[in-house]
Design a protein around this ligand. Sequence first.
Ligand code: AVJ
Length: 320
Amino acid sequence: MDTNLARPQTTASADQDDFAGSLLDGLRKSSKEIACKYFYDQTGSRLFDAICELPEYYQTRTETALLARHAEEIAALMGEDVEIVEFGAGSLRKVRILLGAARSPRAYTPMDISGEYLCDVVRSLAADHPALTLRPLVGDFTRPLEIPVLPGSPRRAGFFPGSTIGNFKPDAAMALLRRMRTSLNGGGLLIGVDLVKDPARLHAAYNDAAGITALFNKNLMARANRELGADFDLDGFAHYAPYNAAAHRIEMYLVSLKRQSVNLCGQRFEFAQGEPVHTEDSHKYTIESFRELAVRAGLRPRAVWTDQDRLFSMHWLESH
Ligand code: AVJ
């Protein structure tokens, strides 16, 4: 058995079972919606990994290159003996770059809502970093975050890559940054943020030619069929992801292609022809507008890195 691999703990805030409740609530609204955090079951996490490899989806490769290029400088800002806490850890590919440069990191605490997936990826990280203390936490980082303090209470560095912050409306993003700040006990936060740019480029990233993003979007309904015995007709809905320039965000929908009804948990839901179900927002920022948001959350922007084409940004924010 791996000695450094703690069994993934389920935080008090874990709510994988809440899918049914959230779905029922969302479909009862006059503007139907499904919360985007439910994308990430095992299937959805793997589909998201496939999105990250798409030619149109510049975000992952741009951020990974930024991390690799500035790893030494980031490691110096984080300091020695740090506990790296990752919010929404996913595949762990990016943190490997950080861990490679970090100065005798004390521990790595990845948090993710997808428990099975987290188990898989943490197991393989453990094999590559046998001396590192790993503390996978299965849970929802949007809930109040109580991360148990390690012996010796090492300084924390938060890691929140991938522009996941973009899934929150600016006020909610600010509130989430505030909660993260609290849970970091005075440590800093390294956060990746997608930037505003040519709408055509943004549109292409969420409307890929291979149709993987459409599958990812429809996985919400496929998941309801698998887990809750719902009878969504996946061909009866279209993936639709326009860029709303006035709100600086991609909006993602599943649009009903016909008048239809769907059975879910013993209830019938009617969909009009052309009716949208909102599934995700992905907000884009300028470097300045994101810094303003961070300041409102009580964080101090200390460093920022961006690529030549200004596609993506990484910010180091301090909390003391
Ligand atoms: C993981 C939230 C950053 O908004 O770009 C990718 C999710 N949705 N394609 C994003 C996503 C459609 C992604 N985030």
